[in-house]
Design a protein. Structure first.
Ligand code: 5GP
Length: 180
């Protein structure tokens, strides 16, 4: 694949600082609301794996980790609106507090689908955290509880986010200029 032209949007230091702040915000919310028991952090694969691994280490609480595979994008840059579960949780979430960790909320369709799917399993509560939110792309009423950064409605790569399976290992977040 020919290299994509991209501009750095959020650098490593800014990401690390915000992830630590989010960790503190989530920790104090969990303390305040008494949600410490039976906490399970769910990583929405594939894009969230980098953010997830940094964020869970910034949360000061006992938590279990689970991984949920979803596919909502094809290989292009537009949301298909179709969401399917490609890898399911391995334990029950009934009665537990779920912290659902997503890399990016674009139209909100993926999170709306996941909330519906997970609510049906009777958790005590679902908290949602996304590193990135594109407010002008939202097509649903979904509102994450915790947001890292609001960004413009452009396609971004890096820090877990891909283009055709590549660029997930970029340590920063970049805006794609154009497709070759
Ligand atoms: P939504 O269902 O909110 O439209 O989209 C959520 C999913 O679409 C994300 O989990 C992510 O996989 C993908 N997505 C949305 N916007 C972007 C983007 O700018 N870059 C990349 N790489 N993926 C995106």
């Amino acid at each position: 694949m020919a290299p994509l032209k991209h501009n750095k949007l959020i650098d490593q230091q800014k990401i690390a600082k915000r992830v630590h702040e989010l960790g503190r915000e989530i920790t104090s919310f969990i303390d305040r609301e008494n949600l410490k028991d039976e906490l399970v952090a769910v990583c929405v694969l594939k894009g969230s794996f980098v953010f997830f691994s940094d964020l869970v280490r910034a949360i000061d609480a006992d938590l279990a980790t689970e991984f949920l595979g979803v596919a909502s994008y094809g290989d292009g840059m537009k949301s298909s609106g179709e969401v399917k579960v490609t890898l399911d949780l391995t334990s029950s979430i009934e009665g537990r507090t779920v912290l659902l960790i997503e890399d990016i909320v674009d139209t909100g369709l993926t999170m709306e689908f996941l909330m519906k799917t997970l609510q049906a399993r009777k958790p005590r509560k679902i908290l949602t955290c996304t590193l990135l939110l594109k407010p002008s792309a939202l097509k649903t009423d979904f509102k994450p509880d915790f947001v890292g950064f609001e960004i413009p409605n452009d396609f971004v790569i890096g820090y877990g986010l891909d283009y055709q399976g590549f660029y997930r290992n970029l340590p920063y977040i970049a805006q794609v200029q154009s497709l070759n």
